[in-house]
Write a protein that binds this ligand. Structure first.
Ligand code: OAD
Length: 229
């Protein structure tokens, strides 16, 4: 049986695809207030502002391409049973070739009914105020906003619990419950964290910090995991 690798990714893995992270200097949360564009309260106050924010993000995503880190993570599937658990709402892991992806915070290329979260549709164009689902309610991006439940978290916890190896890439690990996932790993398994910036490391055993950007760090790990060098 193949060993199970879980890769927990955040915005940093997309930085080399030209997509801004949230909390780095110049990041998205310097230009926009979380409570305005990524919360149910912001949605209740000003739907147009929220829709415009995600319409811009969607346009940028459609012009972006996966980078070497996304592609090389897909290569890991040659030898391992890999699950990508991502906080990112982009489809760059899919386009990079990974086949087993859990989107904790939803997906930008999907929209849903604002009244019934089970009504989800593909979305590659802008959403406007007045655009309605077939049942008549306003459509919204299929994104998990701050203050909303994270429907995939139990699934992700189970995946992390069963992993033989954990790799964390490009996340500041400040947004819960996603950030807490690292605490569900088995004690003895090897864990790596790839990030080019110094950051407070989670206090978990057997964690190695690869202080590199995602493309370089993933290359380094692939050499160890696939080629034992
Ligand atoms: P952050 O912006 O908080 O963190 C990005 C991390 O990526 C930081 O630790 C950076 O140092 C690192 N980084 C920057 N460039 C990198 C590179 N080239 N390679 C690797 N790492 C790099 O983003 P997240 O942790 O993903 O949620 O943020 C978590 C959640 O907060 C997001 O999913 C989003 C956001 O608000 C929602 O919108 C619900």
């Amino acid at each position: 049986m193949k060993q199970k690798i879980t890769v927990l990714t955040g915005a940093g893995i997309s930085a080399e695809s030209g997509i801004k992270t949230f909390r780095d200097s110049g990041g998205l949360w310097e230009e926009h207030r979380i409570e305005d564009v990524a919360s149910p309260e912001g949605w209740a106050r000003n739907k147009e502002l929220v829709l415009n924010f995600y319409n811009q993000r969607r346009k940028q995503l459609l012009e972006s391409k996966p980078n070497r880190a996304h592609f090389r993570l897909a290569d890991l599937e040659e030898k391992f049973d890999v699950t990508i658990v991502t906080q990112n709402v982009y489809d760059l892991h899919e386009r990079g070739g990974s086949t087993n992806i859990v989107h904790l915070h939803g997906e930008l290329l999907k929209m849903r009914s604002s009244l019934d979260g089970s009504l989800v549709y593909d979305c590659t164009t802008d959403i406007h105020v007045g655009d309605k689902c077939p049942k008549g309610s306003q459509l919204r991006p299929n994104i998990v906003w701050f203050g909303e439940a994270v429907p995939e978290i139990e699934n992700a916890i189970e995946i992390v619990r069963q992993s033989d190896i954990l790799i964390v890439i490009g996340t500041s690990l400040v947004v819960y419950p996603a950030a807490g996932l690292v605490n569900y790993t088995r004690y003895e398994i090897p864990k790596w964290l790839i990030d080019p910036n110094d950051m407070p490391l989670p206090r978990i055993p057997n964690l190695k910090f690869v202080n590199e950007k995602a493309t370089v760090g993933v290359d380094y790990l692939i050499n160890i995991l696939l080629y034992n060098v």
